[in-house]
Design a protein around this ligand. Structure first.
Ligand code: ATP
Ligand code: MG
Length: 449
């Protein structure tokens, strides 16, 4: 059984040919049949008319002639049709008289005939008249039409197939070139785009694919920058670790204080390394779209309390005071570790950028289905052009300030990026509500029931 072609071009060609060929064939066959039938009806009418005329003539001759036989003879001789032979038969079917055979009918083989019979009563006797008409002319004409159709229809179908194939090739050419171009695009030449053209639908398709490439290119660039930034951040503590070990081991017999100092430096570097790696791991988990979250029922005010307590010794050392207000009961469903991390990052920044003796205000408000938690400090503020960028990964206004001692975070510039991701993972928002010299406020909004 012939299989439906898999190539789109062959399918289009086939459809085109079928849609043109089938109506053509149906039309040809139908008009041929109608034509043949009309010809036959005309022939029958013609024979009928001839027989009626003959009968009328015979009746007229009978009045003039002495006998019926004489009347028949003279009628047969006088009445002559070019294409019809008329015979008079008696009741037993024997031929009594017959006109001369039509001229031109000299073919040796017996051509097809059309024979019609009419009854006739003369002098009270019944006869039958038969008219015999040769169909050879009609047959020849129909045969010619059939031949013409047999040649013309395949030719037309063939030309429609060729035309269809050409059209299909032409309209599919842009798709082929789009495919070719798309096959050439890899991670290293993501800036290339598909050719746009070839009709509205294809322009639309190329546009959609090009938009997709835009997004891919952006996210690739982001990813590359992220990897570059991450390795840059990891390099410093790794280098400190190595050089510190090298230096310490380069001389034998150091006293304990020296070793202690050196190991402490290495401990700091190792701690920083661990924090950066932990941060990166957390972000990678969030980016994978499938963060391993431990959702459970909790109270947000408890988490705020815990974070403040955890940061209180750091705050004390920097002579920063916490001021808590409006801690209301706020039941929530979420990951306590991640949310704790969010508060810790906000508090860490607030303490880090607070002036000595400053106050960090933590305020909680509940209003129509939302819980807002604001963390404000009295620090220098964030310059206007950096206000959105502080949420970007590895962005720091001033890298040296960022790495405060006693900080709970790595100082790599990941704190706010992580905090915002955690808020989003809990269907919430983290925004910089206000920032000017003397007051910077970050506001977290979470949906509570
Ligand atoms: P990390 O949090 O990874 O230890 P970081 O604190 O520098 O490092 P983010 O918490 O993401 O990184 O903050 C990014 C930058 O935004 C900071 O480097 C700082 O320049 C600015 N910033 C954040 N919070 C404050 C604030 N409360 N006052 C002034 N500047 C701030
Ligand atoms: Mg921070």
């Amino acid at each position: 059984m012939p299989r439906w072609p898999t190539s789109l071009r062959s399918r289009l060609t086939l459809w085109y040919t079928i849609l043109l060929g089938v109506p053509l064939i149906v039309f040809a066959v139908a008009s041929y049949l109608v034509f043949a039938r009309t010809l036959q009806q005309r022939t029958d009418r013609f024979i009928g008319d001839a027989l009626t005329a003959f009968a009328r003539e015979l009746t007229a001759e009978r009045r003039a002639a002495l006998t019926l036989a004489e009347a028949m003879r003279s009628t047969v001789e006088e009445v002559r049709f070019r294409e019809i032979q008329i015979a008079i038969l008696d009741q037993e079917g024997r031929t009594i008289a017959m006109t001369a055979p039509p001229r031109g009918d000299r073919s040796g083989t017996r051509p097809p005939y059309r024979v019609l019979t009419q009854s006739l009563t003369v002098d009270g006797e019944r006869f039958s008249l038969t008219g015999t008409y040769s169909l050879s002319d009609m047959e020849a004409m129909l045969a010619r039409i059939r031949e013409m159709f047999l040649v013309a229809i395949p030719l037309l179908v063939l030309s429609s197939a060729v035309g269809g194939s050409f059209l299909a090739k032409r309209s599919l050419a842009p798709v082929a070139s789009m495919g070719e171009q798309a096959a050439k695009i890899t991670a290293s030449n993501l800036d290339q785009r598909l050719p746009v053209g070839g009709g509205d639908e294809l322009v639309g398709l190329a546009g959609v694919v090009n938009d997709l490439l835009d997004r891919l290119e952006r996210s690739f660039a982001q990813q590359r920058r992220f990897v570059a930034d991450a390795s840059h951040e990891l390099r410093t503590p790794a280098a400190i670790l190595r050089t510190e070990a090298d230096i310490t081991l380069s001389r034998e017999h150091r006293d304990e204080a020296e070793y202690r100092a050196s190991v402490t430096t290495m401990q700091d570097a190792a701690r920083r390394l661990t924090r950066i790696v932990d941060d990166l791991f957390l972000l990678a988990r969030a980016d994978s779209g499938n963060p391993v979250e431990q959702r459970e029922a909790l109270y947000l005010e408890d988490l705020v309390h815990d974070a403040v307590r955890a940061m209180s010794s750091v705050a004390e050392r920097r002579e920063v005071r916490f001021e808590l207000s409006g801690l209301v009961e706020a039941p929530f469903h979420g990951d306590p570790d991640l949310l704790g991390r969010l508060f810790l990052n906000l508090l860490d920044n607030a303490i880090k950028f607070s002036p000595r003796g400053g106050t960090v205000a933590v305020a909680m408000t509940r209003r129509d289905g939302h819980c807002e938690i604001a963390v404000a400090d009295a620090g220098p503020g964030i310059p206007p052009d950096a206000r959105e960028r502080v949420f970007e990964r590895f962005f720091r206004v001033d890298a040296t300030r960022s790495r405060a001692e006693n900080s709970a975070t790595s100082g790599a510039g990941l704190g706010l990026a992580i905090a915002r991701r955690i808020a989003e993972m809990h269907a919430g928002r983290l925004e910089l509500a206000e920032s000017r010299p003397g007051r910077t406020e970050f506001r977290l909004t979470l949906p509570v029931d």
